[in-house]
Design a protein around this ligand. Structure first.
Ligand code: NOJ
Ligand code: CA
Length: 526
């Protein structure tokens, strides 16, 4: 693959805890991921992005990192991580990992040292009294007091103390961490909370110092070649967003405007145009993201009266028409895959999983739930372990039976895998990867077909809008392939040519509402 593979890549997000459990303790791990790599190869992805896999007390699903140079024992070992990277590479799949530079864990060596010795506190944000009245992004105060009376800042949970990026040691540490993993073969980093590192009396969002940090990180990445830095940058201001993507900074950043956008033609067209206008002048490829481990699953979101995503709007008991949501999620998937740049698929999106909204309160683990006093259900509902096979929970989430399994080997009935860490709905029996694999009309096969066609005909490049009705999004790509998404209420005609893929059946040759089709022009030889 080329040095710029990331420009048009299809990147699959693995939330390791919930992907596949290789040792039967109910928690996903590296052994489980390694046993399912061929599934990802068959799906047709170019790269995997893993959420944090580092040792962590899991106060925030691993975003509370205790050691940036090792693997959480529940997930496996450093040797297994290296074996996984080698196996992914052998399948021509790149590996991107998460790095969390804004904050650490109260269990990290540096924070423990800081607690034990006041002179070792400058790597964090300690004060005699809180400097301000900032609130934590998860709810509650952003300052916590320690036993000797001082306070430390945490933009997220109290278990996630913020680093002090005015301290050069912090800069050095993270450059070393990048090298540690680049030396082990990782192909890139997804940078958590990338715009929040610096703090001042004015606030913490997007302060200028971050750009020098990423310029330096870019130099490190460039020393290795073919590596990618991807920013988690939630900034509504496009001009400020674009600064992160200047040629000597990050390579790409997530498109949260697209992810949050309602299923409405004018809004989507505006976001697509704005995205292209932001990226084109600086030569950075856009990214297209419909979901991740922090947001409501599209099938559920698109079935609601309000189809936008907003963190604060994640309310209990918001009704959703899941059939409608499912149809739209299929249409949205083909739209996202057709747009120029890279595309992300969050695990389970390819299975059409809905948000699990009826988790019992006592199993919810997201600090967002507890810190909002239970008013915000939090993000557990999009993190429920994947259903792989079978008729009931755990739906094959546990170890894949090998040739040694069976009577007399200790793997027989009774010694089955532990229940997954979050309960799966019984209704998922229709949504297992196994059930969908043989069904040509399934979401899984839509993703497989879409990603396969995308590889040859879409990805990096440019887009040209076609004339269309106001509630239709229609454009062609450099290959000549046309993508038409109907967000209106009546069927619309398609351009002449061969329909190579559509998210739902056509209606007498016309494209029904909430459906997307890909059309190759006549004579293009496909
Ligand atoms: C963004 C991550 O995606 C989210 O899961 C996490 O809780 C926060 N950053 C804090 O690390
Ligand atoms: Ca496990």
């Amino acid at each position: 693959m080329s040095q710029t593979w990331w420009r048009g890549a299809a990147i699959y997000q693995v939330y390791l805890r919930s992907f596949a459990d290789g040792n039967g303790d109910g928690i996903g791990d590296l052994a489980g991921l390694r046993s399912r790599l061929t599934y990802l190869k068959d799906l047709g992805v170019d790269a995997i992005w893993l959420n944090p896999w580092y040792p962590s007390p899991m106060a925030d699903g691993g975003y509370d990192v205790a050691d940036y140079r090792d693997i959480e024992p529940v997930f496996g070992t450093l040797d297994e991580a290296e074996a996984f990277i080698a196996e992914a590479h052998a399948l021509d799949i790149k590996v991107i990992i998460d790095v969390v530079p804004n904050h650490s864990s109260t269990e990290s060596a540096w924070f423990k040292e800081a607690l034990a010795d006041r002179r070792a506190r400058d790597r964090f944000w300690f004060r005699d009294e809180p400097d301000n009245d900032w609130r934590s992004i998860f709810g509650g105060p952003a300052w916590t007091q320690v036993a000797d009376g001082q306070w430390y800042l945490h933009l997220f949970a109290p278990e996630q103390p913020d680093f002090n990026w005015d301290n050069p040691e912090v800069h050095q540490e993270f450059e070393d961490v990048l090298r540690f993993w680049f030396d082990r073969g990782v192909d890139g980093f997804r940078i958590d909370s990338a715009a929040l590192l610096f703090k001042s009396a004015d606030g913490y969002e997007d302060l200028d110092g971050v750009h020098d940090v990423y310029r330096r990180w870019r130099e490190v990445a460039d020393e290795y070649g073919g590596r990618v830095l991807i920013g988690e940058v939630w900034l509504p201001d496009q001009e400020r967003f674009a600064r992160y993507l200047r040629p000597d900074e990050l390579h790409t950043a997530f498109n949260f405007d697209f992810l949050s956008c309602p299923w409405e033609p004018a809004a989507l067209r505006r976001v697509i145009d704005l995205t292209l206008a932001t990226h084109t002048p600086i030569g950075a490829p856009p990214t297209w993201v419909l979901s991740n481990h922090d947001v409501t699953r599209p099938v559920t979101r698109y079935g609601r009266a309000d189809t936008a995503f907003e963190h604060g709007g994640r309310l209990h008991g918001t009704p959703s028409d899941l059939e409608l949501g499912y149809r739209r999620a299929r249409a949205a998937a083909l739209l996202a895959m057709a747009l120029p740049g890279s595309v992300y698929v969050y695990q389970g999106e390819e299975l059409g999983l809905p948000e699990v909204e009826d988790l019992p309160d006592e199993v919810r683990q997201d600090p967002m739930y507890a810190r909002s006093g239970g008013t915000n259900p939090g993000r557990d509902g999009c993190r429920v372990p994947l259903p792989w096979s079978g008729d009931g929970p755990p739906f094959g989430f546990g170890p894949v039976p090998g040739p040694g399994a069976g009577p007399g080997t200790g793997a027989e009935a009774g010694a089955g895998p532990a229940a997954p860490w979050l309960p799966q709905p019984e209704s998922w029996r229709k949504l297992t990867a196994e059930a969908q694999a043989g069904d040509l009309g399934s979401m899984l096969n839509l993703y497989r077909s879409g990603l396969a066609l995308r590889r040859d005909l879409l990805g990096d490049g440019t887009l040209t809008w076609l004339p269309s009705a106001a509630d239709v999004l229609a454009f062609t790509r450099d290959s000549g392939l046309a993508c038409v998404a109907n967000l209106g209420r009546t069927p619309v005609p398609l351009p002449p040519g061969q329909v190579v893929l559509s998210s739902g059946p056509l209606d007498e040759g016309e494209l029904p509402p909430d459906t997307t089709a890909w059309v190759l022009p006549p004579g293009s030889g496909a």
